[in-house]
Unconditional design. Sequence first.
Length: 156
Amino acid sequence: MSTQERGNTGVPAAASTETADGARIPRQLWVEEPASKRRMPDAVRTAAVRAVLIMSLTIIQAMVAFLSTLTGSWLAFPMVLSSVASTVVATWSVLDVWVTRQVWNQRNGVVSVPSSSARRIRRERRRSRRAERAAERDGTGGAIGGRRNTGDLSRA
């Protein structure tokens, strides 16, 4: 099945390109679709790009160190040492992405939706507290400080 056939599934070929009066409707080249995931925050994206660049340079450096070791070049020893240091830096940069993401989530408040069980437990606690308060009020007759309302004006 070609791309054109896939795009026109369920619609006749004449109907997709021409209207009833013969006017031609151009097909859209780009169709916007809603993103499945939200975009990363700028700080996290910057750290991720930095980490990818550092990791790619580290891999290139390790490959050069390996090949120069195979050929017996004088460059092998310095490249191996710098590859080890580069690996440490690459690990640090990946951890930086993780830490930056956690900090951003804490500062900007991630919207968390409690599970239904947590919501149910909270609702039950609220009901029991209301019942306790209602029982206390009924026991004292609803008066302040246990005094019965005798029709006197309250004292300030």
